[in-house]
Design a binder for this molecule. Structure first.
Ligand code: PHE
Length: 339
């Protein structure tokens, strides 16, 4: 039996494998229960007692020798999975992290959805505009302060080219190309020459609304905005319209919603008034209709415009506007939404 062990020892010393599979075949051939070394353990039972100790040790040594040899062969194949720099190419890849929508996009989409339920379509206009669409067609007198360089970004070479300061310019574009009935909202970026702070930014987002038809009343405006406010801030929300002034609407109003944080009782968000101002609105000035080619004898309408940042701040309790522009993922990841 010792001879047999010696012969197997030599045989194992000479084995080699070209693939991982071949190495596994060798393991089965030598080390499995019915393998060549495994069988030695069976024969061992018949060894006379006085030789058992030496024989047992020899078989065990052979087994350990074969195990190490075959494991080394196997390891050499798994090493071949390593690419340059010793990277194991067989490891599973890192899962791609799923992003979230930007909170301003979430709020914008939610507002679009609400007005879509009332039959408003979405339309967009250019960010780089001309004086006509941003000011003149909207009834701004030549000396209006909004036309001032302090407020508006103009282009030096051509005073007629400017960055729109509000989305009301898209009202004009809509009326120029479409006859009533018009029900549309216009989301988009606007630009004003303002220093960046917690409450202001030189770039922000608005959503404009325009409704033009026959016999549109102020009650239609109020009911539309009440529906909108309740859909966005909850069904207990109340609205209030305060008289205001815009060159392109007459009469004009600012709309407040009852504070969704304190329910109207008064808190530091609503500055203890119970109300939060969220948009400007009014009946479209007949002059504006006429300037865009719509007969103001036959048609009338209402318009409104709101700041998306402001609404997002109120809805989510965000205290600093700059967070929306820094794109810190720790901030952005907190807004997971169906919109
Ligand atoms: N364009 C106005 C603003 O930027 C908002 C507004 C839109 C007011 C439509 C009335 C009607 O402040």
């Amino acid at each position: 039996m010792l001879d047999k062990i010696k012969a197997l020892q030599d045989e194992v010393a000479a084995i080699n494998a070209a693939t991982k599979e071949e190495a596994e075949e060798l393991r089965i051939k030598y080390l499995s229960k019915k393998g060549l070394i495994g069988q030695l353990f069976n024969e061992f039972k018949t060894v006379p007692a006085e030789h058992k100790k030496a024989m047992g040790a020899a078989i065990n040594d052979l087994k350990v020798f074969a195990l190490e040899k075959i494991n080394t062969l196997k390891d050499s194949f798994s090493e071949s999975n390593l690419g340059a720099n010793g990277v194991d190419l067989t490891l599973p890849g890192e899962a791609m992290k799923l992003g979230t929508r930007h909170p301003l996009a979430v709020v914008r989409n939610e507002i679009i959805e609400i007005f879509a339920r009332l039959g408003f379509v979405v339309s967009e206009g250019p960010e780089i505009e001309d004086d006509w669409h941003v000011f003149s067609a909207l009834n701004f007198p030549p000396e209006h302060p909004a036309r001032d360089m302090q407020d508006t970004f103009f282009i030096e070479k051509d005073p007629d080219v400017l960055l729109r300061t509000h989305t009301s310019s898209v009202q004009v574009r809509m009326m120029e190309k479409t006859q009533p009935p018009i029900r549309a909202i216009f989301p988009g970026r606007v630009f004003r020459n303002e220093a960046i702070s917690a409450r202001a930014h030189c770039i922000f987002h608005q959503i404009e609304g325009l409704y033009v038809d026959e016999n549109v009343s102020f009650a239609d405006l109020k009911q539309t905005l009440l529906y909108f406010a309740r859909e966005l801030f909850g069904e207990k929300t109340e609205i209030r319209l305060r008289p205001s002034y815009f060159p392109f609407t007459e009469p004009s109003a600012e709309m407040d919603v009852s504070c969704s944080i304190c329910g109207g009782k008064g808190c530091n968000v609503c500055k203890y008034t119970g109300w939060l101002e969220i948009l400007g609105c009014g009946m479209v000035d007949p002059n504006v209709l006429n300037l865009s080619g719509i007969d103001s004898e036959k048609f009338n309408g209402f318009a409104f415009g709101m700041g998306v940042e402001r609404i997002a701040m109120l809805k989510y309790g965000v205290k600093d506007l700059r967070l929306f522009f820094e794109n810190d993922v720790r901030f952005l990841n907190q807004f997971k939404s169906a919109y």
